[in-house]
Write a protein that binds this ligand. Sequence first.
Ligand code: F6R
Length: 606
Amino acid sequence: MCGIVGYTGMKNAAQVLLEGLSNLEYRGYDSAGISVFENNALYTVKAKGRLADLGKKLESHVLTSGCGIGHTRWATHGEPSDTNAHPHITTKLSLVHNGIIENYNQVKEFLQGKGYVFESQTDTETAAKLIDYCYQGDPEAAIREATKILEGAYAFCILFADHPGTIYCLRKDSPLIVALGEGENFVASDMPAILRFTRNYYLLEEGEIACVTPEKVTVTGPDGSPIEKKVQVASWNVEQAQKGGFDHFMIKEIYEQPTAIHSTMHPRLGHDGLPDFSASDIPGDLFQNVTKLNIIACGTAMHAGMLGKALMEKLARLPVEVDMASEFRYRDPILTQGQMALVISQSGETADSLAALRLCKQAGVPVIAIVNVAGSSIAREADYCIYTYAGPEIAVASTKAYSVQINLMYMLAVSCALQRGTMTEEAARAYLAELYATIDRVRQTLDLADTIKEYAQGLKEVSDLFFIGRGIDYALALEGSLKLKEVSYIHSEAYAAGELKHGPIALISNNVPVIAMATQRDLLPKMISNIKEVKARGGHVLLITGEDYEVDLSCCDQIMRLPIGDDAFGPMLGVIVLQMLAYFASIARGCDVDKPRNLAKSVTVE
Ligand code: F6R
């Protein structure tokens, strides 16, 4: 996720910016840049890669400026490159941006009509040029004018060439603070950037614009009226601040899910309420004549693919096969014309998934990728790429990446169904409206943390556990089991509930807990029968189901109720419980939850 730092004061701005940005490195980035006022003119240096690469480029210049802005970029629109790195500059200004400008294509077309020429592939360049277009000597007026047009989420930090020593900044749906020093002031997207210099700060609210000089900070509201801000005092150390006050990255990332889902879904929801992937250059008829889809991925991403299969087959009546990437290429897969492959990967660098992608391409099967890391190998080599906007996942166990992957599965399945004529536009609109409403239900599910923690405490001494589910709940059970085993080291198995009696039920006893996922209304009676089979063998059952589902309470030992609306989206809530369960079980057992033993975040070997 991108990071912003701004500084104005007596210190060497370039050094303060580099130090501030280095404290944001943990957020992940692929390029960096700074702009400073040097001899009253704007001077900008940008570099693809690490901050050290930027530092090297800066070595050949003696910079003495006391005012500047800096940025680390986590690529979303456009690959990591010097050109796409921030700041984006015009003759009048330099701008850095966190967030996503959703209507950048329309804004770009408008500005091109006015004679603007674009160099980068970013959404940010349109914001810089739009403010340039609106600028007539009053920075705040220009910013206000431009933000009437810009849609999306943003935190901006801007230097105007004719206002040396002053930083202008604002935010909407993306955090930004102004930190206060003695004869110097700072701007930052995140607290760790400034903690070494000061602990006093203002939190900017939606639509507020701050004008920051070394001596003072003035804040105005969206209508231009002055606002009195209350100084807040940060009490975290750098490490606590990097985790946003949470104890671990995994739980921080679990809580980031509503925002991640919103960021991924909103730009793909057209004004007509239908899916729109045109910004990812996906042709509107891509699926029309496809005869079969091969979904290929590893681990958690493959579990997202299993849900995708169920959705594609149900909504679009498209036959889908799901493969573990590590098995795919050694099973001599049948790849013929008319087929399409979908590769899902958070990192975009998983060796097995990449090899499977190459095999499909060699066989002439077009590949769509769903990837979180822009510019990664899978993103570059696929024929089409749809990015998830989860931001960097730092904890080894994948959480928010799964949620955004399944969110895209729902959206792609609807898009596919519309193309194949198996769903009406009216039904698609209603379905996606309900999917969008699920984001709030995800938020409510996070409130179950205390109940989940209490249950997880009871798993402290457990050595084996079963997850069971039917239909899409089986795919969910697999993900719950993977999460639990990787971070808590409890041995667990996931079984299709109806399959249990064909063997594994022999393992059920009173010291083997069973977690039954039942988010699907029509499958509930069948699930209850399976749960009763477990209970009859002495198993202790936790049932996870909908809040208004009718359940005979005697069938289970404990129950957790989820705020499920349309049960098609039950897995989006169920997975939150399973992730938290794994997290709290790991903590209860004293495991290193963010870095589980033997695991790496990106598996670049076969
Ligand atoms: C589990 C987990 C792994 C990854 C798998 C694929 O929590 O993180 O199972 O899902 O290694 O990685 P990506 O998605 O980067 O291809």
